[in-house]
Design a protein around this ligand. Structure first.
Ligand code: ZN
Ligand code: ZN
Ligand code: ZN
Ligand code: ZN
Length: 148
C-alpha cells in the first residue's frame, strides 16, 4: 500500500496518491474530491469556489447569501467592495450625493461626510457653505479604502 499523501480535511481519512483529491492551497488542506463541500449547505464543490474570509469554502450561492448588500444597487458585494460608515458599496456605486461622481475615481479617493451624507470635495464645500440650523454642519473627511 502506498503512503497516503495526507489526511482529508473533510472526512479525516487518509488520501492515497491514486485517489482523486484536491489541494486547497490557500487553506493548506487536502480533500478527497467528494469531501470538499460548501461549509454552509454541504453541496459538493466541483467547480471554482470561494473562500469566505479565507477559511470556509463556500459555493457561489452561499457566498452570495453571506455577502453584504450594496447600499446603492442592493446587489451582493462579494469581491471588491468599499466599507464605509454608510455601509458597503461596490466601488463604482459609492458616489457623491449631489453629482454622482464615484469616489473611487477621485485622485485622492477622498469623500466628505457632510451631515451624514457623502459628497465630493466641490459639493461638500457648497454644502458646508449653505446656511443651516444654528447647530451648524457636521463635517468629516475620509479616504475610501478598497478591499475584500
Ligand atoms: Zn475525505
Ligand atoms: Zn452552499
Ligand atoms: Zn452596487
Ligand atoms: Zn459631487
Amino acid at each position: 500500500m502506498a503512503e497516503p499523501v495526507g489526511p482529508c480535511a473533510g472526512c479525516s481519512e487518509p488520501i492515497f496518491r491514486d485517489q482523486d483529491h484536491l489541494a486547497v492551497r490557500d487553506l493548506g488542506r487536502l480533500y478527497h474530491i467528494n469531501c470538499l463541500n460548501c461549509t454552509n449547505c454541504r453541496d459538493n464543490l466541483r467547480g471554482p469556489f470561494s473562500l469566505w474570509e479565507y477559511q470556509d469554502p463556500l459555493c457561489d450561492r452561499c457566498l452570495e447569501e453571506r455577502s453584504p448588500r450594496c447600499e446603492e444597487c442592493h446587489n451582493p458585494v462579494s469581491d471588491m467592495k468599499v466599507r464605509t460608515k454608510f455601509g458597503y458599496f461596490h466601488p463604482d456605486c459609492f458616489v457623491c450625493t449631489a453629482c454622482k461622481f464615484p469616489f473611487i475615481n477621485d485622485q485622492e479617493k477622498t469623500y466628505y461626510n457632510v451631515d451624514g451624507r457623502p459628497f465630493c470635495h466641490r459639493d461638500a464645500m457648497e454644502e458646508v457653505n449653505r446656511p443651516v440650523a444654528p447647530s451648524g454642519h457636521q463635517f468629516q473627511e475620509t479616504h475610501v479604502r478598497e478591499g475584500f
